[in-house]
Design a protein around this ligand. Structure first.
Ligand code: HEC
Ligand code: HEC
Length: 332
């Protein structure tokens, strides 16, 4: 706080905003304040009019439709084939079809693959990474790599990638990191917060609400057989809390962040508590090299003596410190 005041004194408010929107430091810091005007300006805005008017453009447009209306095309009753196992859409998590800042933004994805992925212990192509989301959060079976639909997803991701600044990160590329509390996340407190902040849309039973046509969700499910599998990244407490903080409650967050870091963690702990909430059965739990496991993954074995419960709910710092001391890469 003190430092910010000094900076304001020296640079004036505009200076501070410029720093907090572009500075590499700002990206990783938690922040309860509404998004500043300058930051809004820094949003990458996708202009659909720029999609080329040719066959590639057609594939881009179809890819965008698949992001927005996933189940209609490739859901359990999909017109193009039955691949995703639930009625969720990619955009429920990658909001604005993957272009919203701090919402598992996908604008950079195309240039980041092929990439080594610890969960699978091998280098994956972007198509294989897309299929991870088709199989886990969507509880489905992989799209054929040469299908029109997979090619459309890839075309769309390639096209939105043309908006990414070359060789540097951009506003909202990665979700904001949280200040991790020194105590474990508390699912019981999460239940209370959930009822206050979330149940009015997602339902007290977490089942969400279908559209009148029953082909997609107005409010997607948070648990139950129609929701994401354990083993999905959204099932990790820290990963979900980082996303929640900037994106939920869906209506109020538009005027500024509502949840504190600790509240977001408690709610994610409640939502992702498998003793309280059923989910579809995962087909596999991977990480062939256990020293590459995400710290908040909730499925052992781990190369340390911390309990699985501590890995899932924290406190995380002692685990992080221990891993650093061993020289292992911390992924959270
Ligand atoms: C329940 C939420 C959820 C849904 C639904 C979902 N995803 Fe994801 N997706 C995630 C999370 C979480 C990650 C991991 C992001 C991270 O680690 O920062 C991810 C990662 C990805 C990535 C890798 C991004 C990168 O740059 O590494 C791609 C590509 C992707 N998803 C595409 C899709 C597509 C296409 C769909 C629809 C078929 C979809 N996702 C549906 C939650 C979801
Ligand atoms: C005003 C209604 C509303 C409220 C309140 C709300 N959400 Fe959401 N939530 C949505 C909508 C709408 C989406 C899908 C966003 C999209 O498709 O762009 C969503 C998506 C999600 C998702 C990702 C998709 C999924 O189902 O896994 C999660 C997780 C989530 N909300 C959790 C919460 C939590 C936790 C709270 C309370 C802190 C909350 N939401 C409050 C409307 C709401």
């Amino acid at each position: 706080m003190k430092r910010i005041i000094i900076v304001i004194a020296i640079l004036g408010i505009t200076g501070v905003m410029a720093i907090s929107s572009c500075g590499p430091e700002a990206e990783g810091k938690s922040d309860n304040k509404p998004v500043a005007a300058k930051e809004e300006e820094a949003h990458i805005v996708i202009d659909l009019k720029n999609i080329p008017d040719d066959q590639f453009g057609e594939s881009v447009r179809y890819g965008r439709e698949l992001m927005l209306h996933t189940a209609q095309f490739i859901g359990p009753k999909g017109s193009a084939g039955k691949y995703t196992g639930n009625l969720m859409s990619c955009t429920n998590c990658h909001q604005d079809a993957g272009t919203k800042p701090f919402s598992f933004n996908l604008i950079a994805s195309h240039e980041h693959y092929p990439q080594y992925r610890a969960r699978e212990g091998k280098v994956l192509t972007l198509a294989e990474r897309i299929n991870n989301c088709v199989t886990r959060p969507h509880n489905g079976k992989p799209l054929p790599l040469d299908s029109k639909e997979m090619v459309a997803f890839l075309s769309y991701l390639k096209w939105i990638n043309t908006y990414a600044p070359k060789g540097k990160s951009y506003y909202g590329e990665k979700n904001r990191k949280l200040d991790l509390p020194t105590t474990a996340a508390n699912p019981e407190n999460g239940r209370i917060l959930f009822e206050q902040n979330c149940a009015r849309c997602h339902g007290k039973d977490g089942a969400g609400q279908l559209t009148p046509e029953q082909t997609a969700y107005t409010y997607p499910p948070l648990w139950g057989p129609e929701s994401y599998q354990p083993g999905s990244s959204m099932h990790r407490v820290v990963k979900q809390a980082e996303w929640l903080k900037n994106n939920m409650p869906h209506d109020k967050v538009q005027n500024g962040v509502v949840l504190t870091d600790a509240e977001a963690l408690d709610i994610a702990a409640f939502v992702n508590n498998d003793a309280l909430h059923a989910r579809p059965n995962p087909k596999s739990f991977d990480y062939p090299n256990i020293r590459e496991k995400a710290i908040d993954y909730d499925h052992g074995p781990f190369p340390d003596t911390f309990s699985v419960a501590q890995h899932k709910y924290g406190p995380y710092q002692p685990i992080i410190d221990y891993w650093k001391k061993q020289g292992w890469k911390v992924s959270l």
